[in-house]
Design a protein around this ligand. Structure first.
Ligand SMILES: [Zn+2]
Ligand SMILES: [Zn+2]
Length: 82
């Protein structure tokens, strides 16, 4: 019988089924909880409106691209580019 590698603790274990991915129910539940842990909701990107999941609650944009786009948009009237 082949040994499988537990996806949670990385220990080899004797798999009862070839599809088994975890050495125990404890590892299975731990992996499940980790995978489904919901990150803190931080808001929406002020430019594209995508939902931001980030521990930094003061984050306003999903990416530098959006931040720069919004910055340019806001500054367009004050400082027109040449
Ligand atoms: Zn395990
Ligand atoms: Zn965005």
């Amino acid at each position: 019988m082949p040994l499988n590698i537990c996806l949670q603790c990385s220990h080899p274990f004797q798999a009862l089924r070839p599809t088994a991915r975890f050495c125990s129910n404890a590892c299975k539940q731990k992996a499940y909880r980790t995978r489904h842990r919901v990150p803190p909701f931080a808001g929406h990107c002020l430019h594209c409106g995508i939902i931001l999941f980030c521990p930094r609650t003061n984050q306003k944009f999903c990416s530098n691209k959006c931040r720069q786009a919004e910055y340019r948009h806001n500054k367009k009237d004050d400082h027109p580019e040449a």
